[in-house]
Design a protein around this ligand. Sequence first.
Ligand SMILES: [Fe+2]
Length: 230
Amino acid sequence: MNTNKNEVTTHDSSRRKFMAWGLSAIAALPMGKALAASCGLTPAQTRGPFYPGGTAFGTETDLTLLPGATQSAAGQVIYVTGKILDAQCKPIEGANVEIWQACASGKYNHRNDPNPAKADPHFRYWAETFTDKNGEYSFKSIIPGAYPADTGWIRPPHIHFRVSALGYRELVTQMYFKGEKLNDDDLILNALQGAERNALIVDFTPSAAGLDPGSLTGYFEITLQKVARP
Ligand SMILES: [Fe+2]
Protein backbone atom coordinates (compact mmCIF):
# COMPACT_ATOMS: atom_id res chain seq x y z
CA MET A 1 0.00 0.00 0.00
CA ASN A 2 1.30 3.46 -0.86
CA THR A 3 1.55 5.57 2.27
CA ASN A 4 2.94 8.69 0.66
CA LYS A 5 2.07 11.54 3.06
CA ASN A 6 0.66 13.83 0.38
CA GLU A 7 -1.53 11.10 -0.95
CA VAL A 8 -2.86 10.25 2.49
CA THR A 9 -3.52 13.92 3.11
CA THR A 10 -5.40 14.18 -0.15
CA HIS A 11 -7.52 11.22 0.80
CA ASP A 12 -8.18 12.49 4.32
CA SER A 13 -9.14 15.88 3.00
CA SER A 14 -11.51 14.35 0.50
CA ARG A 15 -13.00 12.15 3.20
CA ARG A 16 -13.52 15.08 5.56
CA LYS A 17 -15.23 17.03 2.82
CA PHE A 18 -17.52 14.11 2.14
CA MET A 19 -18.34 13.56 5.81
CA ALA A 20 -19.07 17.26 6.28
CA TRP A 21 -21.30 17.19 3.28
CA GLY A 22 -23.40 14.22 4.46
CA LEU A 23 -25.96 15.71 6.77
CA SER A 24 -26.14 19.15 5.21
CA ALA A 25 -26.94 17.66 1.81
CA ILE A 26 -29.76 15.58 3.22
CA ALA A 27 -31.07 18.55 5.17
CA ALA A 28 -31.14 20.54 1.94
CA LEU A 29 -33.40 18.03 0.22
CA PRO A 30 -36.95 19.21 -0.35
CA MET A 31 -38.97 17.99 2.60
CA GLY A 32 -42.01 17.53 0.41
CA LYS A 33 -40.20 14.80 -1.44
CA ALA A 34 -39.16 13.02 1.74
CA LEU A 35 -42.62 13.21 3.21
CA ALA A 36 -44.41 12.36 0.00
CA ALA A 37 -43.46 8.73 0.48
CA SER A 38 -46.39 6.70 1.66
CA CYS A 39 -44.12 4.83 4.03
CA GLY A 40 -45.43 1.70 2.44
CA LEU A 41 -42.93 -1.09 2.91
CA THR A 42 -40.04 -1.04 0.48
CA PRO A 43 -40.27 -4.14 -1.73
CA ALA A 44 -37.63 -6.83 -1.46
CA GLN A 45 -35.53 -7.93 -4.42
CA THR A 46 -33.22 -10.84 -4.98
CA ARG A 47 -29.85 -10.68 -3.24
CA GLY A 48 -28.13 -11.85 -6.42
CA PRO A 49 -25.04 -14.04 -6.65
CA PHE A 50 -22.41 -11.40 -5.85
CA TYR A 51 -23.06 -10.53 -2.23
CA PRO A 52 -19.61 -10.06 -0.72
CA GLY A 53 -20.40 -11.52 2.70
CA GLY A 54 -20.54 -9.99 6.13
CA THR A 55 -16.81 -9.76 6.78
CA ALA A 56 -16.09 -7.85 3.58
CA PHE A 57 -17.83 -4.61 4.52
CA GLY A 58 -16.13 -1.65 6.08
CA THR A 59 -17.43 1.61 7.43
CA GLU A 60 -15.71 3.82 4.85
CA THR A 61 -18.66 5.23 2.91
CA ASP A 62 -16.68 6.71 0.02
CA LEU A 63 -16.41 3.96 -2.60
CA THR A 64 -14.59 6.15 -5.10
CA LEU A 65 -11.22 6.53 -3.41
CA LEU A 66 -9.32 3.77 -1.66
CA PRO A 67 -7.12 4.64 1.36
CA GLY A 68 -3.86 6.16 0.25
CA ALA A 69 -4.88 6.22 -3.40
CA THR A 70 -4.28 9.12 -5.76
CA GLN A 71 -6.47 7.77 -8.52
CA SER A 72 -10.23 7.69 -8.13
CA ALA A 73 -12.55 5.00 -9.42
CA ALA A 74 -13.76 5.37 -13.00
CA GLY A 75 -17.33 6.42 -13.65
CA GLN A 76 -19.95 9.05 -12.97
CA VAL A 77 -19.66 10.10 -9.32
CA ILE A 78 -22.88 9.95 -7.32
CA TYR A 79 -23.98 10.63 -3.77
CA VAL A 80 -26.57 8.12 -2.59
CA THR A 81 -28.50 9.53 0.35
CA GLY A 82 -31.66 8.53 2.12
CA LYS A 83 -33.56 7.65 5.26
CA ILE A 84 -34.55 4.38 6.87
CA LEU A 85 -38.10 4.62 8.22
CA ASP A 86 -40.73 2.46 9.84
CA ALA A 87 -44.24 2.11 8.43
CA GLN A 88 -45.35 5.14 10.46
CA CYS A 89 -42.65 7.20 8.72
CA LYS A 90 -40.60 7.36 11.91
CA PRO A 91 -36.82 7.41 11.35
CA ILE A 92 -34.94 4.34 12.54
CA GLU A 93 -31.69 5.23 14.27
CA GLY A 94 -28.78 2.79 14.14
CA ALA A 95 -30.03 0.78 11.17
CA ASN A 96 -27.24 -1.04 9.39
CA VAL A 97 -27.13 -0.22 5.67
CA GLU A 98 -24.91 -2.33 3.42
CA ILE A 99 -24.48 -1.66 -0.30
CA TRP A 100 -22.62 -3.59 -2.99
CA GLN A 101 -22.42 -2.98 -6.70
CA ALA A 102 -20.49 -3.41 -9.94
CA CYS A 103 -17.80 -0.94 -11.01
CA ALA A 104 -18.29 1.29 -14.04
CA SER A 105 -17.53 -1.55 -16.45
CA GLY A 106 -20.27 -3.76 -14.94
CA LYS A 107 -17.86 -6.11 -13.13
CA TYR A 108 -18.31 -7.21 -9.49
CA ASN A 109 -15.44 -7.94 -7.17
CA HIS A 110 -16.58 -11.53 -6.72
CA ARG A 111 -14.94 -14.76 -7.77
CA ASN A 112 -18.19 -16.10 -9.24
CA ASP A 113 -18.76 -13.16 -11.59
CA PRO A 114 -18.37 -14.55 -15.13
CA ASN A 115 -18.47 -11.10 -16.75
CA PRO A 116 -15.28 -10.68 -18.87
CA ALA A 117 -15.35 -6.90 -18.32
CA LYS A 118 -12.27 -5.40 -16.68
CA ALA A 119 -12.47 -4.81 -12.95
CA ASP A 120 -11.59 -1.35 -11.61
CA PRO A 121 -8.78 -1.70 -9.05
CA HIS A 122 -9.54 1.79 -7.73
CA PHE A 123 -13.14 1.05 -6.75
CA ARG A 124 -14.32 -0.13 -3.33
CA TYR A 125 -17.31 -2.23 -4.56
CA TRP A 126 -19.12 -2.31 -1.19
CA ALA A 127 -19.59 -0.42 2.04
CA GLU A 128 -21.77 -0.23 5.10
CA THR A 129 -22.89 2.46 7.46
CA PHE A 130 -25.34 3.09 10.29
CA THR A 131 -28.16 5.60 10.26
CA ASP A 132 -27.97 8.61 12.55
CA LYS A 133 -30.70 9.81 14.90
CA ASN A 134 -32.68 11.12 11.94
CA GLY A 135 -32.53 7.74 10.21
CA GLU A 136 -30.21 9.17 7.57
CA TYR A 137 -27.43 7.48 5.66
CA SER A 138 -25.18 8.49 2.76
CA PHE A 139 -22.60 6.98 0.44
CA LYS A 140 -20.38 8.38 -2.28
CA SER A 141 -20.05 6.05 -5.25
CA ILE A 142 -20.29 5.81 -9.04
CA ILE A 143 -23.08 4.70 -11.35
CA PRO A 144 -22.44 0.98 -11.84
CA GLY A 145 -22.20 -0.44 -15.32
CA ALA A 146 -24.84 -2.68 -16.85
CA TYR A 147 -23.89 -6.34 -17.14
CA PRO A 148 -25.12 -9.47 -18.92
CA ALA A 149 -27.32 -11.68 -16.74
CA ASP A 150 -28.44 -14.19 -19.35
CA THR A 151 -28.92 -14.55 -23.10
CA GLY A 152 -30.72 -11.43 -24.25
CA TRP A 153 -30.91 -9.97 -20.75
CA ILE A 154 -28.72 -7.09 -19.65
CA ARG A 155 -29.18 -5.97 -16.10
CA PRO A 156 -29.59 -2.19 -15.82
CA PRO A 157 -27.30 -0.23 -13.50
CA HIS A 158 -28.36 -0.92 -9.92
CA ILE A 159 -27.04 -0.91 -6.38
CA HIS A 160 -27.80 -3.75 -3.98
CA PHE A 161 -28.95 -2.86 -0.47
CA ARG A 162 -29.23 -4.93 2.70
CA VAL A 163 -30.79 -3.10 5.63
CA SER A 164 -31.22 -4.45 9.13
CA ALA A 165 -32.31 -2.94 12.42
CA LEU A 166 -33.24 -4.37 15.79
CA GLY A 167 -36.95 -5.11 15.91
CA TYR A 168 -37.41 -4.99 12.12
CA ARG A 169 -37.45 -7.57 9.37
CA GLU A 170 -34.21 -7.53 7.36
CA LEU A 171 -34.66 -6.09 3.86
CA VAL A 172 -32.61 -6.99 0.80
CA THR A 173 -33.42 -4.93 -2.26
CA GLN A 174 -31.97 -3.09 -5.25
CA MET A 175 -31.95 0.58 -6.23
CA TYR A 176 -32.24 1.64 -9.88
CA PHE A 177 -31.54 4.82 -11.84
CA LYS A 178 -34.35 6.82 -13.38
CA GLY A 179 -34.09 7.22 -17.13
CA GLU A 180 -32.07 4.07 -17.76
CA LYS A 181 -33.46 2.41 -20.89
CA LEU A 182 -32.51 -1.04 -19.63
CA ASN A 183 -34.98 -0.62 -16.75
CA ASP A 184 -37.80 -1.26 -19.21
CA ASP A 185 -36.83 -4.87 -19.88
CA ASP A 186 -35.23 -5.96 -16.63
CA LEU A 187 -36.85 -9.14 -15.34
CA ILE A 188 -36.06 -8.43 -11.69
CA LEU A 189 -37.19 -4.80 -11.56
CA ASN A 190 -40.29 -5.56 -13.62
CA ALA A 191 -41.38 -8.32 -11.30
CA LEU A 192 -42.76 -5.28 -9.45
CA GLN A 193 -45.40 -2.91 -10.76
CA GLY A 194 -46.73 0.57 -10.13
CA ALA A 195 -45.79 2.27 -6.88
CA GLU A 196 -43.66 -0.65 -5.69
CA ARG A 197 -41.57 -0.55 -8.87
CA ASN A 198 -41.29 3.22 -8.73
CA ALA A 199 -40.15 3.07 -5.11
CA LEU A 200 -36.89 1.46 -6.24
CA ILE A 201 -36.10 3.94 -9.04
CA VAL A 202 -34.21 7.04 -7.97
CA ASP A 203 -33.86 10.30 -9.86
CA PHE A 204 -30.27 11.52 -9.68
CA THR A 205 -29.81 15.24 -10.26
CA PRO A 206 -26.79 17.58 -10.18
CA SER A 207 -25.24 17.76 -6.73
CA ALA A 208 -25.27 20.84 -4.54
CA ALA A 209 -22.41 23.30 -4.72
CA GLY A 210 -19.36 22.20 -2.77
CA LEU A 211 -19.61 18.58 -3.78
CA ASP A 212 -17.61 16.97 -6.55
CA PRO A 213 -18.14 19.05 -9.71
CA GLY A 214 -20.23 17.13 -12.19
CA SER A 215 -21.49 14.66 -9.59
CA LEU A 216 -25.12 13.65 -9.12
CA THR A 217 -27.16 13.15 -5.96
CA GLY A 218 -30.11 10.83 -5.39
CA TYR A 219 -32.40 10.13 -2.46
CA PHE A 220 -33.48 6.55 -1.70
CA GLU A 221 -35.91 6.18 1.18
CA ILE A 222 -36.42 2.71 2.64
CA THR A 223 -39.25 1.55 4.89
CA LEU A 224 -38.79 -1.52 7.08
CA GLN A 225 -41.41 -3.83 8.50
CA LYS A 226 -41.59 -4.09 12.26
CA VAL A 227 -41.36 -7.60 13.66
CA ALA A 228 -44.60 -8.32 15.49
CA ARG A 229 -44.23 -9.53 19.05
CA PRO A 230 -46.07 -12.79 19.74
FE1 LIG B 1 -26.34 -6.91 -9.31
